[in-house]
Design a binder for this molecule. Structure first.
Ligand code: NAD
Length: 464
């Protein structure tokens, strides 16, 4: 019996909630855990609680769930706190983008070299940064020994912010590295050795061999220039022309969301995006690709709602008719396999000393040569109990100097602007932006956007 307390902030998250809760149910070593679900959206919270209780019954898991109304209650005495919340939601991101585009900044001002992922805002998400700090400072007061597990974006800036401003134990997680499987499929191997390193949404395949050490990069090279790219979805970009072009320039293959994050060369406008990421969407971060994504998330939330309704009427999960829309989307959760999210296996490795390999975001402190110590990097590590062994890694100078250094500098500048609330720093970034025609444009943008950004941040600071 673990007798743990796990707090989940933003428990109504479309992306994470059901996956994390079902993973908890499928991990026998965490039996006895009490899970506190917290969200500001009452309806989502109620529905997630109904499903969590039902999933626990379905798997015969010995877990208890409770919904709480404040961050403080979710954290008080917790052993682990998982943050999946998005302050302001997708509506906030859209408003920020709208104001940016009104002033001539296609896809909003946060879209910058090395950072195009649309829900990964670092110049305007001051509400999200305020929430990260609020959670972290509450952990310092109410659960100083707890681990803070960051799922919410931006993971690079969020992990750096919390790890430099507080003394809590923290790790950031992303699921982008699973895209290595696409390359394994391309070269026809099922078993292989791999390693990635870099920063979140900026990771590179530093090792790719067969189990007996034969290099697999030459096998990748055999496909160069021979693949026709017809994406199945806006996110189908691991083998897009962008990925091959980045490989050619930087010397290693970019993995997962890294393919979305290079320079304006691939992002200048919709036509450019379509040329590089493929028709019809032009990748996940174009106006078309992002709409496709957000529509899908809305479907997930409404599926959770429908499910909760069915369960409230007395039907058990396994009695839901097969072949229905509801049944299809819940199948993965009801299967035996874990979701692939790293949060619950990480908790199990810490608590039960089940040694596993993870891709973690933590402060550099020498893990990647050439980068500052006080910036979060994403690297492979073995975790067993509280012992974390980081794998040594070797990134080419081209990647460190031409990709990771400018990206981490942007992260630091974004965090300094947030911490000082000095919009002149934002203006300075925009003065270097190719979309800026004159300083009046910058001033007009700042004057309209930042009162909104600051008001939304204050809402978070004032919330209990
Ligand atoms: P979502 O809007 O569906 O869910 C976020 C939840 O946070 C909502 O239920 C909302 O009510 C809640 N919330 C908002 N403000 C809150 C507050 N002040 N306190 C408590 N709860 C609050 O968003 P989503 O699409 O599920 O994404 C959630 C986060 O995960 C985003 O930051 C997104 O960028 C990130 N994300 C991370 C990864 C990764 O691999 N790390 C992958 C996808 C998405």
């Amino acid at each position: 019996m673990s007798n743990l307390k796990v707090g989940i902030i933003g428990a109504g998250s479309a992306v994470f909630s059901m996956r994390i809760i079902s993973d908890l149910c499928k991990t026998p070593g965490l039996s006895g855990t009490h899970v506190c679900l917290m969200d500001i959206d009452e309806k989502r919270l109620n529905n997630v609680l109904i499903l969590a209780n039902e999933l626990s019954k379905y798997f015969g898991a010995n877990l208890t769930f409770e919904k709480v109304s404040s961050i403080e209650k979710a954290i008080d005495g917790a052993d682990f706190v998982i943050n999946t919340a998005m302050a302001g939601g997708h509506g906030y991101l859209e408003e920020v983008r709208r104001i940016g585009e009104k002033h001539g900044y296609y896809r909003g001002i946060d879209s910058q070299n090395y950072n195009f992922v649309h829900d990964y805002r670092n110049l305007t998400n001051w509400n999200q940064f305020a929430l990260f700090l609020k959670i972290a400072k509450t952990i310092e007061r109410k659960a100083p020994k707890a681990w803070y597990l960051q799922a919410a974006n931006p993971v690079l800036e969020g992990t750096t912010l919390v790890s430099t401003q507080t003394n809590i134990k923290m790790v950031g997680f992303c699921h982008g590295h699973y895209a290595v499987e696409m390359l394994a499929k391309l070269v026809g191997v099922k078993e292989y050795e791999w390693q990635v390193a870099g920063v979140n949404h900026g990771i590179w395949l530093t090792k790719f061999t067969t189990k007996d050490g034969k290099a697999l990069y030459p096998e990748i090279d055999n496909h160069k220039g021979k693949l026709e790219h017809k994406p199945d979805s806006p996110f189908d970009d691991q083998l897009s022309p962008v990925a091959w072009d980045m490989y050619d320039f930087y010397g290693l293959f970019p993995i997962g969301d890294t393919v979305r994050n290079s320079t304006w060369k691939y992002h200048r406008d919709l036509q450019t995006k379509i040329k590089w990421y493929g028709a019809p969407w032009g990748g996940a971060d174009s106006e078309l690709g992002w709409k496709w994504y957000v529509d899908g998330l809305t479907d997930i939330v409404s599926t959770v709602d429908k499910f909760a309704e069915v369960v409230s009427k007395g039907l058990r999960l396994d009695q839901v008719k097969t072949g229905t829309e509801i049944d299809n989307s819940i199948n993965d959760i009801l299967g035996e396999k874990l979701s692939g999210e790293q949060h619950v296996p990480f908790i199990d490795s810490i608590v039960n000393k089940n040694k596993r390999r993870f891709v973690v975001n933590m402060l550099n402190n020498g893990k990647i040569e050439g980068l500052d110590d006080d910036i979060a990097v994403e690297v492979c590590a073995q975790v067993c109990g509280e012992n974390i062994e980081f794998e040594e890694t070797n990134l080419p100078k081209r990647i460190v100097d031409w990709y990771l250094k400018p990206r981490t500098l942007l992260a630091k500048q974004a965090l300094e602007a947030f911490l000082t609330k000095d919009t002149r720093l934002i203006a300075d970034i925009l003065e270097r932006d190719w979309r800026t025609n004159n300083s009046e444009q910058v001033r007009g943008l700042i004057d309209e956007l930042y009162p909104f950004v600051i008001a939304e941040m204050k809402k978070i600071e004032d919330e209990k």
